[in-house]
Design a protein around this ligand. Structure first.
Ligand code: KIV
Ligand code: ZN
Length: 513
């Protein structure tokens, strides 16, 4: 029988730590449902003790997800662990993931704790967690840069206290595949009770080697769990990318010889959902999920693929969920067809009022755009969840005038906490004029870090434009996303959506702080 490799997805926790990637409870729940369809083994739903918002998100996911284990991160202290256990109460299968830093640098400079203090805290925390949950993962943060002797002492103790998974983070993305693999192998050989736990890899991508390091941890180190995120989302250069690891394991099963239970046909839908929700666009040449990943432009390649597909293709696009854009609904589609398509896409709007509001938007879109694709529907309900959950500002109407040789001018009407505000401004272009108009009334003072426009469905100017705006204010970074066939309108929506996120107070504790 072949051995199984567990896939632990941390898009909603480590991925969300990426500046600007914060998600609402609804958005997280939608992604969690897609992760369940993808059949990942573990969903790390968040860090319950970091904020009330995170607690509620972990709780909603724990209550809703049936097939995957739902996990919450917790620092190695009783309060965090109890909070994680509380949030996970409703789960079919739950895990507490507790961590404390073990490298000299982190212990001395960040924690200001001695080795003995860290050892004791790790041990007692795992003991406490095991009394609340049968499945406990322990991570020595910055593990790869820790002294192996000290690490052996800590890990042996936490396994003796009942840790069921031992995860070795390369927190800063410093590892090299062979060295990381040997590091884990060495720990497993030296720790007498190592076989009582499943070993796991958690690699950051600062040197672009997160996937290679993770696979070396599996092959050389004997790890049987990989921690990863959709699209490699995560702080700085991101985390190990789920789609790359999974497809490497499947495509080169001859070499790895391990089973993963992921349904690969759900990879592209998961990638799109995460990109649309966070506004972190996938680069076109990204392996597996990039728009060009299966596009053959050169004549020689096209000719080869037409004659025999495997001349230039090692995976099939359809196996990872690429389908040609499917027209799913149109102007004449009724409310029932719309509702059914939402269900098929795994979107659950909570009340009839929400469905009605989303349907009204759909009709409005179908009046302006003849073909409606799945991506359009996801963008439409993403707008909906923002407006229902945390709307303070909402675009009501926009008109703009631009002409060669004239300075563009925009008039914008928007709701602000129930009040209707009108604003106008000139700008360098119609988008600039529209955002300046909004800013002239709100004076938010937010600094714009990013503005980007993408076509939601490729191949035609009839596509909706999807705009991402990243704003920074007082140390907070948020992304706003807006979609509309008119990119000026999409831009104003994205700007207001980012301002809505800045409005919501959700203070959180950094996981690595
Ligand atoms: O990178 C890291 O060290 C982490 C831990 C909290 C597991 O994300
Ligand atoms: Zn991490």
């Amino acid at each position: 029988m072949t051995e199984k490799l567990f896939i632990f997805d941390t898009t909603l926790r480590d991925g969300e730590q990426s500046p600007g990637a914060s998600m609402t409870r609804e958005e997280k729940l939608r992604i969690a449902r897609q992760l369940e369809r993808l059949r990942v083994d573990v969903i790390e739903a968040g860090f319950a003790a970091s904020s009330n918002g995170d607690f509620e998100a972990v709780k909603s996911i724990a209550d809703a997800i049936k097939d995957s284990t739902v996990c919450s991160l917790a620092r190695a202290n009783d309060r965090d662990i109890a909070r994680a256990a509380e949030a996970l109460k409703g789960a079919n299968s739950s895990r507490i993931h507790t961590f404390i830093a073990t490298s000299e640098l982190h212990m001395e400079k960040k924690l200001r704790m001695s080795r003995d203090q860290v050892y004791e805290q790790a041990r007692l925390s795992v003991r406490f967690a095991r009394n609340l949950c049968g499945d406990v993962e322990f991570s020595p943060e910055d593990g790869y840069r820790s002294d192996p002797d000290f690490l052996c002492r800590v890990l042996e103790a936490v396994i003796a206290e009942g840790a069921t998974t031992i995860n070795i983070p390369d927190t800063v993305g410093y590892a090299i595949p062979e060295l990381y693999g040997s590091f884990i192998k060495n720990l497993r050989e030296r720790i007498p009770n190592a076989d009582k736990a499943i070993w796991s890899v958690h690699c950051h991508n600062d040197l672009g080697m997160a996937v290679a390091n993770s696979l070396a941890g599996v092959m050389i180190g004997g790890a049987r769990q990989v921690e990863c995120t959709i699209n490699g989302l995560g702080e700085r250069a991101g985390n190990c990318s789920l789609e790359e690891v999974v497809m490497a394991l499947r495509t080169r099963r001859d070499y790895f010889g391990l089973d993963v239970s992921v349904d690969a046909s759900q990879i592209v839908p998961a990638s799109r959902l995460v990109a649309q929700t966070t506004g972190f666009v996938v680069q076109p040449n990204k392996a597996v999920v990039g728009a060009n990943a299966f596009a053959h432009a050169s004549g020689i390649h096209q000719d080869g693929v037409l004659k025999a597909r495997d001349t230039y293709e090692i995976m099939r696009a359809e196996d990872v969920g690429w389908t040609t854009n499917r027209i799913v609904l149109g102007k004449l589609s009724g409310r029932n067809a719309f509702k059914q398509r939402l269900q098929e896409l795994g979107v659950e709007l909570e009340s009839e009022a929400e469905i009605n509001a989303a349907f009204a938007r759909f009709k409005d879109l179908a009046d302006r755009k003849s073909e409606i694709f799945d991506e359009d529907i996801i963008a439409l309900v993403s707008d909906e969840s923002v407006t229902v959950e945390q709307e303070h500002y909402r675009l009501l109407s926009l008109s703009q005038r631009s002409e060669t040789g004239e300075r563009p001018h925009a008039q914008v009407t928007f709701a602000a906490g129930g009040q209707e505000l009108k604003a106008e401004s000139q700008g360098n272009g119609p988008v600039d004029a529209s955002l300046k108009a909004i800013e002239s009334r709100l004076s938010s003072g937010a600094e714009m870090l990013l503005y980007s426009v993408n076509a939601i469905t490729s191949g035609s100017t009839e596509s909706q434009g999807e705009v991402t705006v990243r704003l920074q204010l007082g140390g907070r970074v948020v992304n706003g996303v807006g979609a509309d066939p008119d990119i000026v309108v999409a831009s104003a929506k994205a700007y207001l959506s980012a301002l809505n996120k800045l409005q919501s107070k959700a203070e959180r504790v950094a996981a690595q702080g």
